[in-house]
Ligand binder design. Sequence first.
Ligand code: G3I
Length: 380
Amino acid sequence: MKNLFEYNLVKALKSYHLKLFKLGHFLILLLSVTGSLAFTTTVSKTYKESLQSIAKEKGLFYGAALDDYIFQDKELQTAILKDIGAITPENGCKWDIIRANKDFNFSHCDRLLDFARSHDLIFRGHTLVWHVANPDWLNKEINPSNADRLLQEHINKVMSRYRGKVHSWDVVNEIVAPEDGRPDGLRKNIWLQNLGGDYIEKAFIYAKKADPNAILVYNEILIENDSKEARAKRQATLQLLKKLKAKKVPIDALGIQAHLWNNDTFNEIGTFIDEVGKLGFSVYITELDVSDTYIQGDLATRDKEVAKLYSDFLNKIINYSAIKGIVTWGWSDKYSWMNRHEIPGITREDKQPLRPHPVDDRFLKKPAWQAIADALQQRN
Ligand code: G3I
């Protein structure tokens, strides 16, 4: 059974992209007939530094999501450690890994944290409250009488184990969904259904108690582009942040995941980040990647289009002072989450592997790497 997240992502994007996809098909046909399709992959500048060193010069950090595969690939370790200053555990610290059954198994989360600390990397904890990656027993057994205990027990046990070692935690993840029809725009997840809307402030209060020095983040998805769906999500997000601030809930930052798609435009996200910053919140770009599901053409064409999306998005947001760090949801195409198994609405029709990350499957820099480096350089 594909996880709920993948279907939600597909639902949110299918109509928006399918129309564009057909248009794209027609244009490619037209261009190939006129023979004016001539693309080459040129990496205009080569920085001697790494993305991390460029980011650090600008008061930011750059990192990538990692999973257990890092421990089986020494070549990847050597390559990626030259480029990153932070990691986010892609799956190792989620409910379905830590509490696949009722016992706590921290081995995956421990190993990734130890890897980060042994290489002096920032570690972003991910994630404590979400509607996906919950073990079956939790979905089956949660009810109004045990929900608060389950929430507090999980947050306390996980966060206090890593107290003082985690830079920031995605305490709650993807919690607005205007399509669920609530006036407050909140997603109808198991926590809302069993604890009511104040599960969010409870989560942050429990988190603050468990690790007073960790930066506490609300992490949100698909709020970046100019579509009406993303606009509605930004409005619900802002409304929630204002409410939490008014109630003096201990929340420090908003995570903008930034899973981007071809043909996305980003004319509104800057104003939103400015408003979030003016409320006193920091902003992290937490899961940046660009899906080339619907990009036609040869690899050079796809890489060029992916790089353009990175540039378009990052150049729009890089100069907001609220932005504190950027993490890409993967570093090399070799291990991309998008290629691990068929994901409806993400896997390409031609079944070719996707190429969403800064470097390719041989750890060579792609135009996307250059686009990120150039955008970081632009920061004032
Ligand atoms: O490791 C097992 C493997 O042993 C087993 O054979 C296989 C069977 O399908 O499953 C593997 O676990 C999968 C895991 O990824 C590792 O590949 C899980 O089924 C699968 O559900 C899990 O998907 C992850 C997804 O979150 C749900 O947790 C993706 O890797 C991960 O990239 C994705 O990341 C999310 C963020 O946490 C939140 N924002 C969106 C982002 C993208 O979906």
